[in-house]
Write a protein that binds this ligand. Sequence first.
Ligand code: ADP
Ligand code: MG
Length: 721
Amino acid sequence: MVFAQYRKKGSAGAMNEPIKVTEIFGEDVFNDTVMQERLPKKVYRDLKRMIEEGQELDLVTADVIAHEMKEWAIEKGATHYTHWFQPLTGVTAEKHDAFISAPLPSGKVLMSFSGKELIKGEPDASSFPSGGLRATFEARGYTMWDCTSPAFIRHDAAGATLCIPTAFCSYTGEALDQKTPLLRSMQAINEQSLRLIRLFGNDTSMKVVPSVGAEQEYFLVDAGKFKERKDLIYAGRTLFGAMPPKGQELDDHYFGTIRQRIAAFMKEVNEELWRVGVTSKTQHNEVAPAQHELAPIYAPANVAVDHNHIVMQTLKRVACRHGMKCLFHEKPFAGVNGSGKHNNWSLITDDGKNLLDPGKTPHENIQFLLVLTCILKAVDEHAALLRESAADPGNDHRLGASEAPPAIISVFLGEQLDAVFRQLIHTGAATHSPDREKLRTGVKTIPLLSKDATDRNRTSPFAFTGNKFEFRMVGSRDSIASPNVVLNTIVSEAFAEACDALEQKLKAGEDFNDAVHDLIKTYASEHSRIVFNGNGYSAEWVEKSKELGLPNLKSMVEAIPALTTEKTIELFERFKVMTRDELRSRAEIKYENYAKAINIEARTMIDMASKQFMPAVVKYTKVLADTVNAVRETGADAEVQTEMLAEVSVLLREMKNALEELKNKEDAAIHLPEGKEQANFYYQQVVPAMDKLRDPVDKLEMIVDKEAWPMPSYGDLIFEV
Ligand code: ADP
Ligand code: MG
């Protein structure tokens, strides 16, 4: 526990120390309570208005806020502040500045932090991917305070740092990060949702916020064993490794001790998260003893994105302290269930009404049904784009690779809602029904959905679970920003179109209810193909979905083009979420990221095979050969040993050939121009060559003496955390 001193002073590191949750929750957050306590009334009101209505803040007010924020942070031990942002590298970035100002004549320094420093920062944009935007625009970029996500203090080896969530843009305003389009998409969905609920007579809600809860899966492995595997170090996943034989599952007693270690880890994770205001709520073990899940309570989308990054960073940091490594790769171990993130999404008004809640009255029900069918329409029309939003190199091993969910987007409604949906399609045009219990489409009021009925299907990529949709494709390592950008924007479009249609009908003097019913029925009928309640794993579904014309994009490189179709560009430009250039740059960055990831994996495999597996197996053949000779000398039969030697030699030959092939392909790949062509070459040529090298090595692992194998096995990693 060398890192123990990096824990926050007074934290409950000791086993039995109780955690006083209500006392510590949010204590390191510059939250509403702190603002109310510290800021002058007018400044507080101005800031609230800025947060709630997105109004600009003048520099004088910003100076006051910055000063109070600094005083508060210093009281908490902070020496530095940082603009915390999310460039397109997939991880967060930050540049630290100390609060100190230029020395006084006395030689002393003061601690200072201005409004300007709070609002705007200037990291060196040239070191972050811009996907060509840099060529056309200035290299400089700036970070801008996202005052809707509260600042917080992080305690780690660097001491205490005030972290200010920011968005990151180029000097001419192009988004260079995940957050800018997210905030823009939140504005779009707010506007369109308000339009929609106004039509339904809601004049009281002032804001509609996409609310997100991300369930995070991860693996924990022993740090000592991790360090013995170059693949885990460089690629974050095992590139070789045979599955432990079945039956290796250890007994509960043994798990008991492992779980104590994990429990101590989780206790500390929770405590750290609560201090920075992350509502860590549920945690559980997955099937393998090394896999776990953590979920916070849902929050506004941008806060949820920030919190998910905090969750991942905290898990990593605390794991180190406990002598473990936290793996976020989507598929750390072949043949073992991978990790994802379930992105739970709904639309909630500022006065607490969830637009995805079916409600109890027929009136609430028709608004819900319109929202629901709009979402179906959005998902059906932009299925490829939604799939793309979850594309990363690691997810290629999950989606469509005999693991839930499949790469085909479909929507699960659950039995009860599906029955309503079928009725919608099959009843005639909307008629006035004398039966007040019935919706005019002929549907009875929606039954109260039991959670059970909506939650059963675990293979669906996009499932309705009672009062929210759960998008289950997102990779465990990925930011949840892009899936939410896509969800917010495609649903904005569907709402906008529905509102256009309804407004027109109202103008033409049509009855509102009839118009809504007609629209619901039209959408339900036109987009029924996207609804699928069966088993997403099955081969029949793959066939059926093909007939229905649903895209089945098995890999990241096949998904990326969805970002730059005219349809996508039109969508994003219409709602001012991203421009054509921003989308193109994102596609470019994604191709580069893919190529880089596979390049690292291929080179790591070449390194491991040449320097570790080949020598180990060559040595082992000598041991076998010596044994054969020694046994023969005694006059005994050495047939088995000879057979083993032959078998190992054949696999060694295979390994050598595959290694040469991979080297050649890798060499060809790195000489291609960066971008689409190179990424495709990696996918079509390098990845299969990697599989070919892995195969003989994994077979050898099963034959070669464990003592002679140069690294910890799957069994060691997964079952002995
Ligand atoms: P499970 O999916 O395991 O049944 P829950 O239904 O409790 O678990 O929720 C999983 C995640 O969904 C949690 O992060 C939770 O806060 C979030 N969640 C619950 N309701 C909503 C909602 N209306 N909108 C967005 N997220 C939600
Ligand atoms: Mg879930």
